[in-house]
Design a protein around this ligand. Structure first.
Ligand code: PMP
Length: 360
C-alpha cells in the first residue's frame, strides 16, 4: 500500500520470518565501551605492520577460497592437521554453518536457557526443532538435561552471558552421552577460562569446537572465527560453505588473521592482563554490593540488589560508559560488564562509587 506496507497475508506467509538477534550498541564516538565483550588492547603488532604494507592491488583478485594461509597458521598453532580446521567470517558465521550442516534431525537440538541468543535465531531460521534447557538457580548448566534423546547439542563454555566455565570433565560427560549426534562447544571465551575441549577432538567423533578472533585476539572488527574437529566433520562443513559462498574469507582478513595467530607472546600477555583486571574487578564489584556468578570470561554478569539495572545502565551511559543491559526475562536486573583496561575499569568504579555514595 501507499505507506510501503505489504497487506497480502499469503505473500507474507511465504517469507521466512525470525525474531532477529539484537546486538549491543556500537557507538561511533569515543566512549568507555564495555558492552560487547571486545578486547581493550590492540591486535598483535604484526597486524599493524601487515596493514601498513598491504598491497592494494591484491584486492583485484578473489581471495583463496580454501583460506589456506589462515587454516595452516591455525593448524600449526593448535597442533592439528589442516583438514581439521574450518574458518569463517566470525564464529557467528561458523556456528550458523554448523547449525545448517549438523542439525538435521526431527528431534530437538538442546541448548541452555539462558545462553547466546543467536542459537534461537539460527534454529528458527533453518527450521531446526530445538528445546531450551533451563539453567539451575545459580545459572549453571545441568548436564543431565543433555542426556535425553536429541538432535544435537550446543552450548558455550564459558556460557554467555553468565561467564560460568565448566571443567573439561563436565564438558566430556555431555559429549560422551551424545555420541550419535553432533555436540558443538562454543568456546568464544575459553582463552580467559581454562582447558579447551580441543583436547577431546581425537577421542570423540561427534565433537566440534568453535573459537573466535574477536575476544582473546582483539580482532572483532576483522570477523574471523574457526571450527576444529576431525577431518570428516570439517569436510561436511566445507562442502556446505563452498555451496553457499566459496569466497567466504576476504583477502585482508586472511592476511591479518595469520599475523594475529603468529604472535603467541602478545596473545598470552594481553589475555593475562585481562584476567588480572577481571580478578581485581570482582573485588571492586563486591565492595560496591554487586552479586555475580564467578566469571571465567572477559566479562562479568552482575546485579545489584538495591539498584535497578535499567537505571544503572542509563546512568552509566549518560556518563559515557556503555555496558550491556537486556531487560529480558529472568535477567532483567542484570548487567554484563566487559573487562576493559585497568584505567577504564577504574573510571567505571569511580563513577559507581560516587553514584552509590559508597565513598569514604
Ligand atoms: N559465541 C558466543 C558465546 C558469543 O558471545 C559471541 C560474541 N557475540 C560469538 C559466539 C560470536 O562472536 P564472533 O562472531 O565475533 O566470533
Amino acid at each position: 500500500d501507499k505507506e510501503g506496507r505489504i497487506m497480502n497475508e499469503k505473500l507474507l506467509n511465504n517469507i521466512r520470518q525470525v525474531e532477529p538477534y539484537t546486538p549491543g550498541e556500537q557507538p561511533q564516538t569515543k566512549v568507555i565501551k564495555l558492552n560487547t565483550n571486545e578486547n581493550p588492547y590492540p591486535p598483535a603488532p604484526g597486524v599493524a605492520r601487515a596493514i601498513a604494507q598491504m598491497d592494494v592491488d591484491r584486492l583485484r583478485l578473489y581471495p583463496d577460497p580454501t583460506a589456506d594461509s589462515l587454516v595452516s597458521a591455525l593448524a600449526e598453532n593448535y597442533g592439528v592437521e589442516k583438514d581439521q580446521v574450518f574458518v569463517g567470517v566470525g564464529s557467528d558465521d561458523v556456528l550458523s554453518m554448523c547449525f545448517l550442516t549438523f542439525f538435521n534431525s526431527e528431534k530437538p537440538v538442546l541448548f541452555p536457557d539462558i545462553t547466546y541468543s543467536f542459537y534461537d535465531v539460527w534454529a528458527n531460521l533453518y527450521r531446526i526443532p530445538f528445546e531450551r534447557q533451563p539453567l539451575d538457580e545459580n545459572f549453571k548448566i545441568k548436564k543431565e538435561d543433555y542426556y535425553k534423546e536429541n538432535g544435537g547439542v550446543i552450548f558455550p563454555n564459558p556460557n554467555a552471558p553468565t561467564a560460568i566455565y565448566e571443567e573439561l570433565e563436565f564438558v566430556e560427560d555431555i559429549i560422551a552421552h551424545n555420541q550419535d549426534v553432533i555436540v558443538i562447544v562454543d568456546e568464544a571465551y575459553v582463552d580467559f577460562a581454562g582447558r579447551s575441549a580441543l583436547e577431546l577432538i581425537d577421542k570423540y567423533d561427534n565433537l566440534i569446537v568453535v573459537q573466535t578472533f574477536s575476544k582473546s585476539r582483539s580482532m572483532a572488527g576483522m570477523r574471523i572465527g574457526y571450527a576444529i574437529s576431525n577431518p570428516v566433520l570439517i569436510k561436511y562443513l566445507n562442502d556446505a560453505k563452498y555451496s553457499f559462498n566459496s569466497y567466504t574469507m576476504n583477502q585482508t582478513s586472511l592476511c591479518y588473521g595469520v599475523e594475529a595467530v603468529k604472535d603467541k607472546a602478545y596473545f598470552e600477555e594481553t589475555v593475562h592482563k585481562i584476567v588480572e583486571t577481571r580478578e581485581w574487578a570482582k573485588g571492586e564489584l563486591r565492595r560496591l554490593g554487586f552479586v555475580f556468578p564467578d566469571s571465567k570470561a572477559n566479562f562479568i554478569f552482575a546485579m545489584h540488589p538495591e539498584y535497578d539495572a535499567r537505571e544503572l545502565f542509563e546512568a552509566l551511559k549518560a556518563a559515557g560508559i556503555y555496558v550491556r543491559f537486556w531487560g529480558s526475562r529472568r535477567i532483567e536486573q542484570y548487567l554484563r560488564i566487559t573487562i576493559g583496561t585497568r584505567e577504564e575499569m577504574e573510571t567505571l568504579f569511580a563513577f559507581l562509587t560516587t553514584y552509590m555514595n559508597k565513598g569514604e
